[in-house]
Design a protein around this ligand. Structure first.
Ligand code: NAD
Length: 260
């Protein structure tokens, strides 16, 4: 379905981004991977995705907290005669602390990676999309783009921000073939969440398994995690012709969290 399209998925060396990259490659999109990791492991992943799905897979190691590195990444893609058709702004980090003890450098980092990077990547991607009158921008927000939880001020602010950015980009391109939407996942069992489970187990004296069940059950009526594969398939749908009039949506996939 996406044969010949080029998809840049930020933060695709792990977790949700990797699940989305895999789902797009299954639809024959060529990929640009991005994110941190061991060079040998990233190379193994690149080769595995290319071989499994018969698509071209390249890797860009841009640190998304640095706007100049985002611009350089897009310049390198353009220099090889390519352009991003599908941009998935997924890279993100978390820090948990009450506001009065929230380290200011952690605030800056969360806002830079979870919010400003999406703005910079979007402004770099849009001109070529506008030239071709086709594009898909999918922002991985969070349930925390719609509701809040304690001790996540920077994350909740960034995720509410990205939902707002999504609407503006959708409206500015509403009469074109470019759509911009946000996905708002509930809990997904990735390294980002595993850290929170480990901290919860250490604080409460529960086992890691008990802490995991407690974490997901507290917020999600389904008592089940959302999976990267499910988020990958929702992204594929948002890239499909059927989603051509889905514009500026903040689409929850959260086991019922925000239905309460
Ligand atoms: P993860 O830690 O598994 O993956 C994060 C990815 O971002 C990694 O590839 C990492 O290398 C990359 N990354 C981090 N900082 C970067 C930087 N400065 N430059 C480039 N890449 C960077 O996390 P995840 O759970 O897969 O999270 C992915 C996205 O989904 C995040 O935006 C997160 O907020 C969002 N999200 C996660 C959950 C969840 O429960 N896991 C829920 C809702 C939303």
């Amino acid at each position: 379905m996406l044969e010949g399209k080029l998809a840049l998925v930020t933060g695709s060396t792990s977790g949700i981004g990797l699940g989305i990259a895999r789902a797009l490659a299954r639809q024959r999109a060529n990929l640009v991977l991005n994110g941190f990791g061991e060079p040998a492991e990233i190379e193994r992943l690149r080769g595995e995705l290319a071989a499994s799905f018969g698509v071209e897979v390249s890797y860009e190691g841009a640190d998304l907290s640095k706007p100049a590195e985002i611009e350089a990444m897009f310049a390198r893609i353009a220099a090889r005669g390519a352009a991003v058709d599908i941009l998935v702004n997924n890279a993100g980090i978390q820090h948990v602390a009450p506001v009065e003890r929230f380290p200011t450098e952690r605030w800056d980092a969360v806002i830079a990676i979870n919010l400003s990077a999406a703005f910079h990547a979007t402004r770099c991607a849009l001109p070529a999309m506008q030239q071709r009158n086709w594009g898909r921008i999918v922002n991985i927000a969070s349930t925390h783009g719609l509701v809040a939880s304690v001790e996540k001020s920077a994350y909740v602010a960034a995720k509410h921000g990205i939902v707002g950015l999504t609407k503006v980009v959708a409206l500015e391109n509403a009469r074109t073939g470019i759509t911009c939407n946000a996905i708002c996942p509930g809990w997904v069992l990735t390294p980002l969440v595993q850290k929170q489970i480990d901290a919860r187990a250490a604080q409460s004296g529960q086992t890691v398994e008990q802490a995991k069940i407690a974490l997901v059950s507290e917020k999600q009526p389904s008592h089940e995690f959302v999976t990267p594969e499910q988020l990958g398939e929702l992204t594929v749908f948002l890239c499909s012709p059927a989603a051509g009039q889905v514009r500026g949506a903040a689409w929850a996939m959260d086991g019922g969290w925000t239905a309460q």
